[in-house]
Design a protein around this ligand. Structure first.
Ligand code: ADP
Length: 639
């Protein structure tokens, strides 16, 4: 008796999409099913190493079976199969995190857009419904007495039935859809087309993918000799894939095109990688690594569901999918694999963590990636810029991480925009271009170049002809604080601390003036909200009346960034209000102070609010600010 069950709700949208798809890329279904079969064999093989109850077959293989009359295509593997629970959990639900994230991603998209995204993901088993009106899965796991038949048309429900004696493994049978005026499914039962698909998508699958194919051979006479000009059709099993993993070929035999197409197949990208790195090391430690820098960031790179890592093989035998110990966090976007015969096959994740070989390989691979990037920066700048725009923030994270442990390794890979240049420049290029007397590497934080150029404290620096690096990423200032200096030149924010831009004479003048205006400045400070730690005469303003700066240490940008984090601690930058003594506003305020104006405190607060707004910081009480401005306008109108 068949039991009828319903698909989980989250599966239904995906199924619906598959069923209604008229999708030109629907042929990927075969790639998906073959790759599932290959995974299932990997699992079987892996378990057989440690579990005596699991016996290896004479040979692992994936068989394709075509029934042209009934319009059926089957994919058969002798892998791990599924128990009843696994069948329900794997095929009745979207268990796979990738698929559910795919669904998140297409939530607000129409069907056409959603289908365009599928190609990049590979949505697994359900893609079978793009070409089949009904799918049958016959499966038996070594952990289950019985076998099962799963049958479904992909709408709402599926059936499960017990099966008595079936071989271990899984057979998936697709009953192809009927041809319509617009769509034909015939190619999926045609030998030639299937061969082409296997070559295109599954050539490097490590197990033989076999199919019975018709061949025309010369007829034989009674003695067994060929009869000239007469042929007969025979059926022969043929292996369709070449199997040799590309990375185990001789380097000289691997073309760039092969490397790229391997990448696309294996990592489900629809475009070529930015670049690939092939490493073959022989010596005390032997390994091959093939790693890729993608062009685009994987869609979920910054979600906590993303798993970094390289695949791990031992002499061509798959061990593990995402070995995270092979990649530092900041290179999490790298895709690829490591194959080393020096590792035990049945290595566990726990053992791996402390494995010396893995550590060494990881260190080498990291260095190679860095030197490849340095190379790009030097010789293929355009390409490097493309890389940096996508992944630069990861490198910055690499500098920042672990208190700058890797800053020497990475600092030359950082590039910045600046107020004087239209293009990116490296720190080295900044140093080379700077005037001799310039003491610091200046930087400023903000959302855009325009915004930074408009900052009041920019004036003096521009006058001096100094360039200023523009920081637009949240992490930038944290990176500067960790780096502290580059090639013995210290970094300095134009929004923070003392700028050291004035000559001795000018310095002296300001401090004398400060002494002079002491009571006025103190009164202003008194009138300010408590959070203002000081009111001083500015050494950086030329045309603007006022600006807000922070003391060395935590900056405003960092404060804004931290305030958006879910942490309970919200540290604030120390706020220092700077006034331009040459500005008319300074004189005006001083007059009000001397006249003992009743609204002096209000004016002081308006001044502070302005400074906050310029810095892009929120006003604590916008209504109060508006009221004060209103009063001021009314008062002025009475004069
Ligand atoms: P994915 O393979 O990416 O996890 P699928 O939707 O393709 O997603 O498959 C879901 C699950 O179904 C797999 O993770 C696996 O547990 C199971 N499965 C699919 N095909 C097979 C197979 N041929 N043999 C054994 N298990 C399979």
């Amino acid at each position: 008796m068949a039991e009828i069950r319903e698909f989980k709700t989250e599966s239904k949208r995906l199924l619906e999409l598959m069923i209604h798809s008229i999708y030109t890329n629907r042929e990927i279904f075969l790639r998906e099913l073959i790759s599932n079969a290959s995974d299932a064999i990997d699992k079987h093989h892996f378990l057989s190493l440690t579990d005596e109850a699991i016996r290896r077959p004479d040979e692992y293989q994936i068989l394709l079976e075509v029934d042209q009359k009934e319009r059926k295509l089957s994919i058969i593997d002798n892998g791990i199969g599924m128990t009843y629970e696994e069948l329900v959990n794997s095929l009745g639900t979207i268990a796979k995190s990738g698929s559910s994230e795919f669904l998140d991603k297409i939530k607000d998209k129409n069907d056409k857009e959603a289908l365009e995204i599928i190609g990049q993901f590979g949505v697994g088993f359900y893609s079978a419904f793009m070409v089949a009106e009904e799918v049958e899965v016959r499966t038996k796991s070594p952990y289950s007495e019985k076998g099962y038949l799963f049958r479904s048309s992909g709408i709402e429900t599926y059936e499960i039935e017990e099966l008595k004696s079936i071989p271990e493994g899984t057979k998936i049978t697709l009953n192809l859809r009927k041809n319509s005026k617009e769509e034909s499914y015939d190619e999926f039962i045609e030998e030639y087309a299937i061969k082409r698909l296997v070559k295109k998508y599954s050539d490097y699958i490590r197990y033989p993918i076999r199919m019975e194919v018709g061949k025309s051979v010369p007829k034989k006479d009674q003695e067994g000799n060929d009869i000239k000009g007469e042929f007969e059709e025979v059926k022969e099993i043929e292996t369709l894939n070449s199997m040799t993993p590309i990375w185990r070929k001789q380097k000289k035999d691997i073309t760039e095109e092969e490397l790229n197409s391997f990448y696309k197949q294996k990592y489900f990208d629809y475009q070529d990688p930015l670049t690939s790195i092939y490493i073959n090391v022989e010596g005390a430690l032997n390994y091959i690594a093939l790693v890729y820098i993608p062009k685009k960031a994987p869609f979920n790179l910054y979600s906590d569901k993303y798993e970094k890592g390289l695949q791990l093989y031992s002499k061509g035998v798959f061990i593990m999918d995402k070995c995270k110990d092979l990649l530092p966090d900041y290179l999490r976007f790298i895709r690829g694999l490591v194959d080393s015969g020096d590792l035990p096959l049945n290595i566990s994740r726990e053992v791996l963590q402390k494995n010396r070989e893995i550590e060494k390989i990881a260190g080498n691979v990291e260095k190679k990636i860095i030197s490849k990037l340095e190379n790009l920066l030097k010789n293929e700048r355009e390409k490097y810029l493309e890389f940096f725009e996508t992944f630069g923030v990861n490198l910055k994270y690499g500098v920042y991480d672990n208190f700058g442990e890797k800053k020497e390794l990475l600092e030359n890979l950082l590039i910045y925009r600046s107020i004087k240049q239209d293009d990116y420049l490296t720190l080295k290029e900044y140093l080379e271009a700077m005037p001799e007397e310039q003491e610091y590497i200046y930087y400023a934080s903000g959302k855009t170049k325009e915004q930074i150029l408009a900052l009041p404290q920019m004036d003096l620096i521009k006058n001096k002809g100094y360039d200023v690096l523009i920081l637009t990423d949240d992490i930038d200032e944290f990176v500067m604080q960790v780096m502290k200096e580059y090639d013995k030149k210290k970094f300095k924010s134009i929004n923070q601390g003392d700028l050291d831009l004035l000559s001795k004479d000018e310095e002296k003048k300001i401090s004398e003036l400060s002494e002079d205006k002491k009571s006025f400045l103190e009164a202003l400070k008194e009138a300010m909200p408590e959070e203002v730690s000081d009111v001083v005469l500015s050494k950086r303003l030329t045309t603007s009346p006022v600006c807000l700066v922070s003391a060395d240490g935590l900056s405003f940008e960092m404060e804004k960034y931290i305030s958006n984090l879910p942490s309970p601690e919200k540290p604030k930058a120390t706020r220092i209000l700077e006034l331009n003594p040459k500005h008319q506003l300074f004189e005006a305020l001083e007059r009000l102070f001397i006249d003992n104006d009743e609204d002096f405190k209000d004016y002081a607060e308006i001044l502070y609010s302005q400074a906050l707004l310029i810095e892009g910081l929120p006003l604590k009480d916008p209504v109060a600010f508006s009221d004060k401005m209103t009063n001021l306008l009314i008062k002025v109108s009475k004069y």
